[in-house]
Design a protein around this ligand. Structure first.
Ligand code: AMP
Length: 425
């Protein structure tokens, strides 16, 4: 017996059917918002991945050297590859470019419920705009996806890094220190942030401003009113344009019909290239790994050598979305079992049964008795598989007529083969 590698899963027919139904809904929703699908390689140059996520990510990668000593890695996410594709292939096309992907990713992480070493992401990148209406449309798309797949119990949390970046720049805080602060805030490690601030090379003024912000968030929430309370007249001026844009985004979001969100400036996303709005979605019923989506506005294009071009996007963790639907009892009604099982009453009727099954397959998922079982054995097999209908090809039913048995009610009807498709509907 061989076991599958740790952190991976085998997905069986019923589960795959459910996944494909939800996948189709997400794809359709992305396309209705004007996104076109792209596909990138399963592995990329290691440098592409470290350029985006820093060298620390190598501990969490499946990386290797190929036979020509190239350093490669299985993709841990799809944002960097998609932006690389944009810079390589589409940078001269009119803006915006709206791209979506639906692919597997690989991370060497400690597996647990909702955290796998191979998992799927469904995401979008809107490249070329970070205007409030672009950001609002991206958030509205994420909400539309959840509406269309039917997920009800979830929390949408919106934050903004741009506002804080403006303040940090004003206080001459270096990019490195800014990113460390954002990382600690994102981990909600306020104690760690306090000790970091004591050792970091920043001015006393900057330190006391960040400390003041921390005081504000001690009660655990950090929305617009807490932010406005913490600001001095001077800092209010510095962040005016970012804050105005953020408020504009919120009011446009309402026009898009999205009102069920919370603002939390403690959502900072760990990664350094986020520049403006950031958002996350959490689902009920998932335990510790309950974040089903992460996204925001970022400057990845520049990082990939494509010049200054804002973009915004998100990635759903598809497996977690499926777990959330399952735990909220909202999985689509699906079965991988065919609708009808065609059984020749005897070997003599096999050719006729094959002709019939071939005809029916133009319309409906249909299986054929190919184990040579007698009728009663075939019927009990169909029963155990929960096939809803059995079509018996019997010499007693003359000409083009067949016997259709409804396995649920036990009702049995003789009918013309041309009527079967309609009867199955
Ligand atoms: P990230 O690229 O880290 O922002 O992740 C985006 C989304 O992918 C997260 O919100 C999760 O839902 C999902 N995700 C990340 N890592 C894993 C994993 N190891 N297993 C399953 N889903 C994951």
């Amino acid at each position: 017996m061989f076991k599958r590698p740790r952190g991976t899963r085998d997905l069986l027919p019923d589960e795959m059917k459910e996944r494909r139904i939800v996948e189709a809904i997400l794809r359709e929703t992305f396309e209705r918002y004007g996104y076109g699908e792209v596909q990138t390689p399963t592995f990329e140059h290691l440098e592409l991945i470290t350029a985006k996520s820093g060298d620390e990510i190598t501990d969490h990668l499946y990386s290797f050297k190929d036979k020509s000593d190239r350093k490669l890695a299985l993709r841990p996410e799809l944002s960097a590859p998609t932006i690389r594709l944009f810079v390589n292939e589409l940078r001269n096309r009119p803006k915006p470019r709206k791209l979506y992907y639906f692919e597997n990713c690989f991370r060497y992480e400690r597996p647990q419920k909702g955290r796998y070493r191979e998992f799927w992401q469904a995401g979008v990148e809107l490249i070329g705009s970070s205007r409030p209406e672009a950001e609002a449309e991206v958030v509205a798309l994420a909400a539309a996806c959840l509406e269309n797949v039917g997920l009800k119990e979830y929390g949408l949390i919106i934050g903004n890094r741009g506002i804080f970046r403006a303040i940090y720049i004003h206080y001459n805080i270096s990019e490195e220190v800014q990113n460390n602060i954002f990382n600690l805030i994102d981990k909600k490690d306020l104690q760690g942030l306090l000790s970091y601030l004591n050792s970091a090379e920043i001015t006393q003024e900057a330190k006391s401003f960040v400390l003041k912000l921390l005081k504000v968030v001690e009660n655990g929430s950090f929305g617009l009113s807490e932010l406005e309370n913490a600001l001095t007249d001077e800092t209010k001026k510095i962040i005016k344009s970012e804050l105005d844009d953020f408020k504009e985004l919120l009011s446009l979001l309402e026009v898009f019909g999205v009102t069920n969100y919370e603002i939390d400036f403690l959502i900072a996303r760990g990664l350094d290239y986020y520049t403006g709005m950031v958002f996350e979605i959490f689902a009920e019923g998932l335990g510790a790994q309950n974040q089903i989506l992460g996204g925001g506005t970022f400057s990845l294009v520049k990082l990939m050598g494509g010049g200054e071009l804002p973009s915004c996007g998100f990635a759903f963790g598809f497996d977690r979305l499926m777990l959330a639907l399952e735990s909220q009892n909202l999985l689509p009604d699906s079965s991988a079992v065919p609708k009808v099982f065609v059984v020749p009453e005897s070997r003599k009727m096999l050719n006729r049964a094959i002709e019939i099954v071939s005809l029916l397959r133009k319309d409906v998922a249909c299986d054929l008795e190919i184990m040579g079982r007698k009728l009663d054995k075939s019927l009990s097999y169909a029963d155990s598989e929960e096939v809803p209908y059995v079509l018996i090809v019997s010499k007693e039913a003359e000409g083009d007529s067949v016997i259709l048995k409804n396995m649920r009610t036990g009702e049995q009807n003789v009918m013309d083969i041309r009527e079967v498709s309609d009867a199955l509907r």
